[in-house]
Design a protein around this ligand. Structure first.
Ligand SMILES: [Zn+2]
Ligand SMILES: [Zn+2]
Length: 327
């Protein structure tokens, strides 16, 4: 099969021909139809996430059809269309797994990081961690739901019943969260890189009541904010934008250091928290909700072999919505 392969952190991916993997017990073999590009892929390629499997096929927003099922798989049949997310395997035994926090499993394995992912023509996945894809979505539009959507949704849930919601970084995740937030009757305030008027315009098109630079103060105090941009300096910025009792949710897996800030910014029972990974329950809930909103994903198709260029476009902030690789 054709695949894009990471052989060492900091190097471009190499177009390779690999043996098509075989599904083991409990696994399915998928013919990959689409795989979205996530910022986490950039962190893996750049070496900001320690100890990936190497060589590695990145990609954890996979939409494919079941080409073969290994022994013991009862849930899926050949031809079923499924999605594969970041959470690829959990132990089922640790204290987190036993308390509905499998996203924090001590031994969790992640797709496109510890396990080969979807930058390829085929991928294998644990059948228990695959999701059914809602019927109304084509492959291209479904792919970004699987991480930008799922983790964005988990971050949104962490904001409770916040009405005035700030989104810092208006890329793949925020453009989905904005639609869900609006559907739920919230008001979205979008913060972008200073001067990124294209992203601000995009946010307004998706119903943001205000869009501006990340170093600007919003026109009114926010109830909560979610940070999708991996920029630690935005934590104090967001804290100063939220009201007493408000929450700032850090949605990314990696962030530059958070600078020191006066305690007064945290005072008043403001909360800073992170969101890590996803549970299967998050996935089921979000994929049930998405078609009811309905969430429209803005997806740009790229041929698999141009994965390096797609990653560069993401790094440079040149994407509107999500890049999706098509094998
Ligand atoms: Zn566990
Ligand atoms: Zn991701």
């Amino acid at each position: 099969m054709r695949a894009m392969l990471l052989e060492a952190a900091g190097q471009p991916l190499r177009a390779a021909t690999l043996p098509t993997p075989e599904p083991g017990p409990g696994q399915v073999l998928l013919r990959v139809h689409a795989c979205a590009v996530c910022r986490t892929d950039l962190h893996v390629v750049d070496g900001e996430l320690a100890e990936p499997k190497l060589p590695l096929v990145p990609g954890h927003e996979i939409v494919g059809t079941v080409a073969a099922a290994g022994p013991l798989v009862e849930r899926w049949r050949t031809g079923d269309r499924v999605g594969v997310p970041w959470l690829g395997w959990t132990c089922g035994e640790c204290s987190y797994c036993r308390s509905s926090q499998e996203n924090l499993c001590d031994r969790a394995r992640f797709t496109g990081y510890h396990l080969d992912g979807g930058y390829a023509e085929f991928a294998v996945a644990d059948a228990r961690f695959c999701f059914a894809i809602p019927a109304g979505y084509d492959d291209l539009q479904a792919a970004p739901l699987l991480c930008a959507g799922l983790i964005g949704y988990r971050a949104l849930v962490m904001t409770g019943d916040a009405v005035r919601l700030g989104l810092y970084g208006f890329g793949a995740a925020a453009h989905i969260v904005a639609q869900v937030a609006r559907f739920q009757g919230r008001q979205v305030f979008a913060f972008t890189r200073p001067g990124d008027t294209a992203a601000q315009q995009f946010a307004r098109e998706l119903g943001a009541v205000w869009a501006g630079n990340s170093d600007a103060a919003p026109p009114e105090q926010l109830d909560a904010a979610i940070l999708f941009a991996p920029v630690g300096a935005l934590v104090p910025a967001a804290l100063s934008a939220v009201r007493k009792g408000g929450v700032v949710v850090c949605g990314g897996i990696h962030m530059s250091d958070i600078p020191a800030f006066p305690y007064a910014l945290l005072w008043g029972e403001r909360v800073v928290r992170s969101v890590a990974n996803l549970t299967r329950r998050d996935g089921e809930e979000f994929l049930e909700l998405a078609p009811r909103v309905p969430v429209h994903t803005e997806a740009e198709a790229w041929p698999l072999e141009r994965a390096n260029e797609a990653l560069r476009a993401l790094r440079d902030g040149r994407l509107r919505g999500a890049a999706v690789l098509l094998p």
